[in-house]
Design a protein around this ligand. Structure first.
Ligand code: ADP
Length: 221
């Protein structure tokens, strides 16, 4: 069945732990040992922190690159919005992100880190790599075909954006929970429990996207 929106997968923290472990295993098997890790904000931060543990690294730094706007919609070119924070001079540095899709963010981050930080060597690692991406990281947990991956640290943000797109796509101001469930399946192939949906509803109320609180209906503000 053809979807009305982008295909999405909902990942949980067990998936992340598993992919991070696979990535770390490849790094260890290559007998390379980073002195420092740079996590790309925001998507790479949780993975970067986990790699510190898996690889025994104490120095964790950051750069911020902004690329995608709302869920599954690119926001023009990748932009470096916060420069490298931390001293990496003469160090072996692992740059960590969540996924390589276009690869523009990682390319930009690596160029910036090499130019400004004077590292000894830079390598890259992601949890997932989309087949065909121009940039192939040195290490990644799994290769996948394109889908929008809903990370557990971005669940409420992504679901809010996807549900707002359903309201827009259906040109409607009000939905019941069963209707929304059906649309999430038709638009994004997403199936959520009632408990997850009620938490998303409360979150969207908090953000003042919908009326709050409402028992059965999701009513746009
Ligand atoms: P990279 O950081 O590898 O260069 P992109 O520039 O393509 O990747 O994307 C930047 C960020 O946008 C990613 O780090 C990730 O947080 C988010 N992103 C991109 N593509 C996806 C996707 N298919 N699923 C989930 N998040 C994505």
């Amino acid at each position: 069945m053809e979807l009305k929106g982008p295909l999405c997968y909902v990942l949980d923290y067990d998936d992340i732990a598993n992919y991070a472990y696979q990535t770390a295993k490849k790094i260890k098997d290559s007998e390379w040992r980073p002195d420092a890790i740079v996590g790309i904000a925001r998507g790479g931060w949780v993975h970067a922190r986990i790699q510190c543990d898996l690889l025994g690294v104490k120095e964790l730094f950051s750069v911020k690159v902004s690329h995608w706007g709302v869920t599954a919609t690119k926001d023009g070119k990748a932009k470096l919005t916060c420069p490298l924070v931390g001293d990496i001079e003469g160090k072996k540095v692992l740059v960590v992100d969540d996924i390589t899709d276009t690869g523009e963010s990682l390319t930009m981050a690596v160029e910036h880190i090499e130019e400004t930080g004077k590292p000894k060597e830079v390598r890259t690692a992601t949890l997932m790599h989309i087949a065909g991406s121009k940039f192939v990281p040195d290490y990644y947990g799994v290769e996948v075909t394109w889908a929008w991956e809903i990370w557990p640290w971005n669940f409420y943000e992504d679901l809010t954006a996807l549900i707002m797109k359903i309201f827009e796509g259906e040109d409607i101001k009000e939905l019941t929970t069963p209707q929304l469930k059906k649309h999430l399946r038709e638009y994004n192939n997403i199936v959520l429990s009632d408990e997850q949906l009620s938490k998303v509803k409360a979150h969207m109320g908090y953000l003042e996207k919908i009326e709050y609180p409402q028992d059965k209906v999701w009513k746009l503000k």
